[in-house]
Design a protein around this ligand. Structure first.
Ligand SMILES: Cc1cc2nc3c(=O)[nH]c(=O)nc-3n(C[C@H](O)[C@H](O)[C@H](O)COP(=O)(O)O)c2cc1C
Length: 184
């Protein structure tokens, strides 16, 4: 699938068929994350592939009032995205306290690679950010010095949702000065 087509057609998929994801596809998807850009190539993201049903159930309990609660339980592939702290860059305001605070950004770039490569292989996915990250760290044995960033449920789609609307381009882009009209 061509990149722009994958970007536009990808949807968050929360309902999955039971078919397992092929091992070589899992490897390819995770390899695409490895090739994401990162601050000074510091490569802070780490990934835990969850196969154990008990662990999956434990993780699902950390989602409250989340429409992806069942997705975690039913997705054939669940990835916990983590990041090594103190490795990525900082915003420069206070390097002493903010060292490494770009780990969310580095992780998000890796996550987008995962979503798009999964989609191009016919696999749907959903990013999950609303859950108890310290609880998931404890369940999955993520050590100190690492943060749990998000979850990704992946599997063959069992739903084909409409695209949620996006703001028109002219409302998101300015020319030269913020808010000045960028003519299409
Ligand atoms: C940082 C982040 C956190 C998200 N957290 C959740 C979540 O906890 N539960 C959920 O169902 N969807 C979650 N989503 C998916 C968004 O709701 C979804 O991407 C958005 O509605 C746009 O739909 P689309 O992905 O189909 O284009 C999250 C997405 C992002 C980027």
């Amino acid at each position: 699938m061509e990149v722009f087509e994958a970007i536009q057609s990808r949807r968050s998929i929360r309902s999955f068929r039971a078919d397992p994801v092929r091992r070589e596809d899992i490897i390819q998807i995770l390899d695409s994350a490895r090739w994401a850009p990162s601050w000074k190539n510091s490569q802070c993201p780490r990934f835990v592939v969850i196969e154990d049903v008990g662990i999956k159930q434990g993780i699902s309990q950390t989602l409250t009032r989340n429409r992806s609660y069942l997705s975690v339980l039913t997705a054939p592939l669940l990835i916990v995205v983590c990041a090594e702290l103190g490795k990525s860059g900082h915003t420069g305001c206070d390097p002493a306290t903010e060292k490494g605070d770009w780990y969310m950004f580095d992780s998000a770039l890796a996550v987008q690679n995962i979503l798009l490569s999964a989609w191009s292989l016919g696999l749907g996915s959903v990013v999950i950010g609303l859950f108890d990250a310290p609880a998931v760290a404890s369940i999955t044995g993520v050590p100190e010095g690492f943060a749990v960033v998000n979850l990704i449920a992946i599997g063959y789609p069992d739903e084909w949702p409409e695209a949620p609307a996006r703001r028109p381009l002219e409302q998101t882009v300015s020319l030269n000065r913020f808010g000045d009209r960028f003519t299409l």
